[in-house]
Design a protein around this ligand. Structure first.
Ligand code: PMP
Length: 352
């Protein structure tokens, strides 16, 4: 730390992204990326647009908003695109939380929420999950603040039903409820239709997972016009050109090629279920994941030991050191071939 670093950030503990080691070629199952390339249309559109980099990107994301509004069946003023969904989540902490309106989220969830709260000087309350890692929706009723729920949750993959989400929204009419649907396309129900009914709901999604565009950085939010207006005030006060030209064009290409996304999601869901069954047969316990990852622990082998043994064999999974999670590993669902490699390595480690 330099002697110039502001007092207000001195105690900030930044988010730790999944490791990206360069020492060898790994089977990368640690950052929930898609194992499939982006849509060819997305790549073509992006390449054509890169030739216009001398010009700023469209701050209103006009073409992308137009196709997204048709795709999601919401009005154009109800959508805001951002640089990954991390950006819109940060905007939501900036826009809807303050000393009088703390942020509420589960104690086990996406690690960035607490970092966004810290950097924005927002007090936050971490609500414990039940012992089986599920959310008790009764803990989220009558809250004065803003609620952040990843659905499906991370790193557990467990999803709430749409009616449970609606119950939370209805019971907090004076609080903004943010539903982070980064993994929704892998089997959970989206709350997007509820944004037409409730003015306190913000749904965020990303192109990083089901749309294979993690490296492009594209996320968005859908909400009532008034909430989107507030988020736009933050956007235009920080970075009006937050979505670059190539990414914006790629987003259009991806939405025009919806069948490709749907097919890839089907493949990932099928591979997830097959892999989960194989892991169960090898003595693993796991949560019911509706995401593109499996959160599992073995009855006998220590979580960190398994992570290290897999790493030594060229397979990266995500291990968390938090005491209540340290026996688990979060394994991204890759291709069938990658999962076969994983299962063979695990058999070798277990000596079966
Ligand atoms: N929400 C959750 C629950 C996530 O796991 C992630 C990915 N790390 C994000 C949001 C942010 O994804 P991105 O910024 O790539 O859209």
């Amino acid at each position: 730390m330099s002697r110039f670093f502001s007092e207000k950030y001195k105690s900030l503990v930044p988010y730790t992204p999944g490791e990206q080691p360069k020492d060898m070629k790994y089977v990368k199952l640690n950052t929930n990326e898609s194992p499939f390339p982006p849509s060819k249309k997305a790549v073509e559109y992006a390449a054509a647009e890169a030739g216009k980099y001398q010009l700023y990107s469209d701050p209103e994301c006009t073409d992308l908003v137009a196709i997204a509004s048709r795709h999601f069946g919401v009005c154009k003023d109800c959508i805001l695109f951002t640089n990954g969904s991390d950006e819109i989540l940060n905007f939501a902490f900036m826009a809807f939380c303050d000393c009088d309106r703390p942020a509420y989220f589960p104690n086990i969830t996406y690690g960035f929420y607490s970092v966004f709260a810290e950097i924005n000087n927002v007090p936050y309350v971490e609500i414990p999950l039940l012992e089986d890692f599920t959310i008790d929706i009764n803990d989220y009723k009558g809250i004065k603040g803003a609620i952040f729920i990843a659905n499906p949750n991370a790193p557990t993959g467990i999803a709430l039903t749409l009616s449970q989400i609606e119950e939370i929204i209805v019971s907090n009419p004076e609080s903004v409820v943010v539903i982070d649907e980064a993994y929704v396309d892998f089997g959970a129900e989206s709350a997007v239709p509820l944004t037409k009914k409730y003015d306190n709901l913000l749904v965020t999604q990303t192109f990083s997972k089901s749309r294979s565009m993690a490296g492009a950085r594209l996320g968005f939010g859908i909400a009532s016009k008034a909430l989107i207006q507030d988020l736009n005030t933050i956007k235009y006060s920080t970075n009006p050109y937050n979505v670059n030209r190539a990414t914006m064009a790629a987003g259009v290409g991806s939405l025009e090629d919806e069948d490709y996304t749907v097919e890839n999601c089907k493949k990932i869901i099928a591979t997830r279920e097959r892999t989960a069954n194989e892991l169960k047969a090898l003595g693993f316990e796991m949560t019911k994941s509706m995401a593109n990852f499996i959160f599992a622990r073995h009855r006998e082998i220590d979580g960190e030991k398994l992570y290290l043994e897999l790493k030594a064999r060229g397979i990266l999974v995500r291990h968390f050191s938090k005491p209540d999670l340290c026996q688990y590993n979060r394994i991204t669902v890759g291709t069938d071939g990658q999962m076969d490699t994983l299962i063979s390595a695990i058999k070798e480690i277990l000596g079966v």
